[in-house]
Ligand binder design. Structure first.
Ligand code: NAP
Length: 307
C-alpha cells in the first residue's frame, strides 16, 4: 500500500515518519514545492502521477495564539484552500481513504468538558483562533459529506488534543504552551534568573499529548481503518494545570528558581479536555508520561541549540 503524508515536514508528519512501523508501507512524503496544496492543479497532478492508496492529511498553516491573533485572514483562507484542494482532488482522482487531522479548537469555547465529538457546531468558537477552527470544521464536514454521497469513500477525521514533542516549534511567535515553557525555563536557567513569570494564576488546565504517541495512534488507524469512527478525539483522558507543566519542565531542565504569577495577563479557557470514550472503545491509549515526553522534547530542543 502507498501512503501519502501531507505536511510530512511538520511536527506531526516527522513524528509519523520516525515511527518504527511506518516502513512496512511505501511512503510518499512530498515537500511543499513538490505538492503545493494551495494550488489545486498541482495537488491533483501530484495525486494522479503518484496514485496513493491512503492519505494522512496533516498539512496546514499551524500556529500558536499570537500568530492566530495577528493573521486571522491567512489562518482561515490558507487552511480552507489547503483542505479543500486536498480533499476534493483526492475525491476526483478516486482515492478512497483519507485520515484527516482536525484540532480541539473545533469545539465551542463554552462547551462542557470533556468535549464529545457530537458537540462540534453546538456553540461559539474561541475568538482568538476562530478562523483556523472554521477551516478545520469545513474540512471535517466536507469529508463527511463525501462519505454520505458515496459510501466507497472513507474520509475520516481525528481530533487530537494539544501536542508537543520532537520537531516542535520553539520560537515565541509560533510556539504552543509546552515548547514556550521549555524555551523560557531554559533561558531562565542559562541566565541565572531567580524567577520565571506565568500568565494568570496558572490554574487553567490543558491537555498535551506527546506527538510520538499521536503518531502511534495514526499507525493503528492505518492498520484498522474500517473500525475507527468517522470522527474521533485522540486525547489522554486527563489534563494538567499550567503550573504543573512549568513544574515538570523545571524538573527536567534542572531550574531551581521561583515562579511568579502576573494576574493582569489573559489566560484563555479554564479547561480544554477531550472525551476519549470513542478512543477507549476502539482500543488505543497514550503511553508516554508527562515527564518522559518533556525529557524527549527537551533533548530535541537542546539539539537545536547546538546546531
Ligand atoms: N501541533 C499541535 O499541537 C496540534 C494539535 C492538534 C492538531 N494538530 C493538527 O496536526 C496537523 C499538523 O500539525 P503540526 O503541528 O505538525 O504543524 P506544522 O509543524 O506547522 O506542519 C505543518 C506542515 O504543513 C505544511 N504546509 C503548510 N502549507 C502547505 C501548503 N500550502 N502545501 C503543502 N504543505 C503545506 C508545512 O510545510 P512547510 O514545512 O513547507 O512549511 C508543514 O510541513 C495540523 O492539521 C494541525 O491542525 C496539531
Amino acid at each position: 500500500m502507498k501512503v501519502l503524508i501531507t505536511g510530512a515536514n511538520g511536527m506531526v508528519g516527522k513524528n509519523i515518519l520516525e515511527h518504527s512501523a511506518i516502513q512496512k508501507w511505501q511512503i510518499l512524503a512530498p515537500s511543499r514545492s513538490e505538492m503545493n496544496l494551495s494550488d489545486r492543479k498541482a495537488t491533483e497532478d501530484y495525486l494522479k502521477k503518484n496514485k496513493p492508496d491512503f492519505v494522512i492529511h496533516t498539512a496546514g498553516r499551524v500556529g500558536g495564539i499570537q500568530a492566530n491573533i495577528k493573521h486571522p485572514v491567512a489562518f482561515l483562507s490558507e487552511n480552507v484552500d489547503i483542505n479543500q484542494n486536498l480533499i476534493l482532488s483526492c475525491q476526483s482522482v478516486g482515492i478512497k481513504k483519507i485520515l484527516n487531522l482536525g484540532s480541539s479548537c473545533m469545539y465551542p469555547c463554552r462547551a462542557q468538558n470533556p468535549l464529545k465529538e457530537s458537540m462540534i457546531l453546538q456553540g461559539e468558537l474561541e475568538p482568538t483562533n476562530e478562523g483556523y477552527a472554521l477551516a478545520k470544521i469545513m474540512a471535517q464536514r466536507l469529508c463527511e459529506y463525501i462519505m454520505r454521497e458515496d459510501s466507497e469513500f472513507q474520509y475520516k477525521t481525528l481530533i487530537p488534543c494539544n501536542l508537543y514533542g520532537r520537531h516542535d516549534k520553539f520560537a515565541a511567535e509560533h510556539s504552543h504552551l509546552v515548547p514556550a515553557i521549555i524555551s523560557k525555563v531554559f533561558q531562565a536557567k542559562k541566565n541565572n534568573l531567580s524567577d520565571v513569570e506565568i500568565w494568570g494564576t496558572g490554574e487553567a488546565r490543558r491537555e498535551f499529548m506527546y506527538a510520538g504517541d499521536l503518531a502511534d495512534c495514526i499507525i493503528k488507524c492505518i492498520n484498522d481503518f474500517s473500525a475507527i469512527p468517522n470522527l474521533m478525539n485522540v486525547g489522554l483522558g486527563h489534563d494538567y494545570s499550567v503550573n504543573e507543566y512549568y513544574r515538570a519542565v523545571a524538573e527536567v531542565v534542572g531550574y531551581q528558581g521561583q515562579f511568579k504569577h502576573d494576574l493582569t495577563k489573559p489566560v484563555g479557557m479554564q479547561q480544554k479536555l477531550v472525551s476519549i470514550e470513542k478512543l477507549n472503545n476502539w482500543g488505543w491509549k497514550s503511553q508516554t508520561s508527562l515527564h518522559a515526553g518533556i525529557e524527549k522534547a527537551y533533548h530535541y530542543f537542546l539539539s537545536l541549540q547546538e546546531r
